[in-house]
Design a protein around this ligand. Structure first.
Ligand SMILES: Nc1ncnc2c1ncn2[C@@H]1O[C@H](COP(=O)(O)OP(=O)(O)OP(=O)(O)O)[C@@H](O)[C@H]1O
Ligand SMILES: [Mg+2]
Length: 270
């Protein structure tokens, strides 16, 4: 974990903010977009109940002067936090007070179901206003492709095999992420070269999900890097499209076709 610890050093650093309602970092992140709110005490009570010790002022996203977080979306603020007596570093997704979603419980249930797959951050607890999960360090899929497409093609192809197989897995078990055609903040690639899928709040349980075709159309047809990926696979877009169209009729056959295509390119390289 990128030099993040929740113990003494962080305390001395002033990075760790204990759950003190008068601390502006605490009220700002928990009450976002407000500075203070009636819900604050109740939310802090819930966090304490689940063992949250404090929040860390850390991340690339600045939500206010001197207030940094890991992520900010329309429904939540995502804050690095510490949990339990061993001050385990975790990520806390906090429901924004202006979120159109009344609860994060649905996403919690989906994550609970998917956690053993290892394709999602491990889940620690969830409630109406919080999801506590593993902190995933990695690059967004887009950045990862940008960094590997010329200098580390073998890693890229290995990861593409994993991304195709994981999206096929989600299709098999009937959970549609629904936002994988725009996977920007939703798919991270870890340092060990595995994809991790975030943000399941819009997921749908359906008989025929579209995860594989959505991610494939991003990778091979619509992304800034599609042309280069096709070059790497030594194939034309026009050859892939009919296979993606046929996927809904015969998913296993088309999945196997696609995975062999990418695996073949990987084998030629290594
Ligand atoms: N477990 C995690 N580990 C590391 N970063 C995370 C994690 N969960 C979320 N993030 C970061 O926080 C950002 C926002 O998270 P998420 O997409 O779940 O929030 P959201 O409020 O649902 O966003 P949106 O409005 O875009 O749907 C992510 O894009 C990612 O950068
Ligand atoms: Mg979301």
């Amino acid at each position: 974990m990128d030099n993040i610890i929740c113990e003494e050093e962080a305390l001395l650093d002033g990075l760790l903010h204990r759950l003190d309602p008068t601390d502006p970092f605490i009220s700002r992140t928990i009450c976002f977009p407000l500075e203070k709110c009636d819900e604050l005490e109740e939310r802090i009570k819930t966090m304490r109940f689940y063992g949250v010790k404090g929040l860390l002022n850390y991340g690339r996203v600045v939500i206010d002067k001197d207030i940094r977080v890991i992520g900010k979306g329309y429904s939540s603020i995502v804050v690095l936090s510490c949990m339990d007596d061993n001050y385990k570093p975790i990520v806390l997704k906090i429901r924004r007070l202006d979120s159109r979603r009344k609860s994060l419980e649905y996403e919690g249930i989906i994550l609970d179901y998917l956690t053993p797959s290892n394709y999602t951050p491990a889940l620690y607890f969830w409630s109406k206003d919080f999801i506590a999960m593993e902190y995933v360090t990695g690059l967004s899929l887009e950045k990862y492709i940008e960094q590997t497409i010329t200098s580390n093609k073998a890693s890229l192809l290995r990861m593409l095999v994993r991304i195709i197989s994981s999206s096929y897995f989600f299709d098999l078990i009937g959970i549609d992420h629904t936002e994988l055609n725009r996977p920007y903040g939703h798919v991270l690639v870890t340092r060990k070269n595995y994809p991790v899928y975030l943000d399941w709040e819009s997921a749908k349980i359906r008989r025929k999900p579209h995860n594989l075709t959505m991610i494939a159309s991003y990778l091979f047809i619509r992304s800034r890097h599609s042309e280069k990926i096709l070059e790497l696979l030594n194939i034309e877009k026009e050859t892939i499209i009919p296979h993606l169209r046929m996927y809904k009729y015969n998913p296993t056959k088309e999945y196997l076709w696609l995975i062999k295509l990418v695996w073949g390119a990987y084998q030629r390289l290594v």
